[in-house]
Write a protein that binds this ligand. Structure first.
Ligand SMILES: Nc1nc2c(ncn2[C@@H]2O[C@H](COP(=O)(O)OP(=O)(O)OP(=O)(O)O)[C@@H](O)[C@H]2O)c(=O)[nH]1
Length: 316
């Protein structure tokens, strides 16, 4: 967390390593940006807000630096125990990282949601903060310039000295490389933290569970966005398979809060669950690079969002 020396004092062969996290209101584009920087799909994106429940790390490997990206859930006004826990996760992440990227979408006016987060950010004084104006492809240059100014004013108003303000587009890749160039000098000097080629240290099970959860959410639209949790109960290679035909067995439970929600997830004649199964199987196979046999069950964990014991069991 120590402040880096000025660039002129830095020898060309200095290696830096450290942690960065992106914060911002739901849908600000944090997960997509993480993926764009890392270059593969590690965080889960969705058109629905607040889908990033687990801290997912992506690692940017460069010759001069290793940047570990920690993707946190969106900070929001807590209404349930789960909400409070998520906010605690976010705040403790801020205290631990070397730099925070505050994501504000270019195509939306700075609103109360952004202000809420910015006020919290202002409290964590020590960590350098880079303002990232995301989705720059969605607006024209004058609108982008206006947003950059608005972000600067927000910083002045709240006493946040942005280390940088940078517009990016994770979709067309505009300035994604530049963002990495701006984040790296804010990291302390340090050795390679993870072996090259390792993109994430998130346990594979958690990532598999997230993929299944994402597919389940896609199926149910607006009906139960916050009532679903997925736990991978068992995962391992099927024994006695020929070497050239491996198969990974994955047994997972989809937890819902009430029996009445079962029908929604399963769908008429089980059609929806089947779809969830085939969609998530394709994604898991792509992630892990092996054929997968996926066994899904829908279970009721009554009011799991409000019950500390259940939350622990479900990995929160
Ligand atoms: N046009 C455009 N769309 C983007 C860009 N980045 C993200 N999006 C879209 O914005 C939506 C939200 O992106 P996410 O990356 O899931 O946002 P998030 O901040 O991680 O959201 P939460 O997980 O809800 O906190 C998705 O539909 C993305 O496809 C971008 O650079 N340009």
């Amino acid at each position: 967390m120590s402040a880096p020396p000025p660039a002129s004092d830095t020898p060309a062969d200095t290696h830096r390593s450290g942690f960065a996290c992106f914060v911002g209101r739901p849908n600000a584009g944090k997960s997509t940006l993480t993926n764009a920087l890392v270059g593969t799909k590690v965080a889960i994106t969705s058109t629905r807000p607040q889908t990033t429940r687990h801290t997912v790390r992506g690692i940017v490997h460069r010759d001069d630096a290793q940047l570990v990206l920690v993707d946190t859930p969106g900070l929001h006004k807590p209404r349930t125990l789960l909400g409070e826990r998520l906010n605690d996760v976010v705040r403790s992440t801020w205290a631990e990282v070397d730099v925070i990227g505050f994501c504000l979408p270019a195509d939306q006016k700075i609103g109360p949601g952004d202000r809420f987060i910015a006020q919290e950010l202002a409290e964590s004084r020590k960590t350098p903060k880079v303002a990232v104006v995301t989705k720059s492809d969605l607006v024209d240059p004058p609108a982008l310039a206006a947003q950059l100014l608005a972000v600067e004013r927000l910083g002045q108003e709240l006493g946040i000295g942005w280390s940088e303000i940078v517009p990016v587009s994770a979709v067309d890749g505009h300035q994604v490389g530049l963002l990495a160039d701006l984040l790296v000098p804010l990291l302390p000097e340090g050795p390679v933290l993870y072996p090259d080629g390792e993109l994430t240290d998130e346990p594979e099970r958690v990532m598999v569970a997230e993929l299944i959860r994402e597919a389940t959410l896609e199926g149910v639209r607006d009906e139960l966005p916050h009532s679903i949790a997925v736990v991978v109960e068992e995962m391992g290679p099927r024994p006695n398979r020929p070497r050239d035909k491996p198969l990974l067995d994955v047994h997972a439970n989809i937890f819902i809060e009430r029996p009445s929600q079962k029908g929604i997830v399963i769908g008429p004649k089980g059609r929806r669950l089947k779809e969830v199964g085939s969609t998530s199987r394709v994604h898991i196979e792509a992630l892990l690079g092996t054929p997968v046999y996926l066994d899904l069950h829908v279970k009721v964990a009554k009011d799991w969002q409000r019950d500390p014991k259940q939350l622990r069991r479900l990995g929160f």
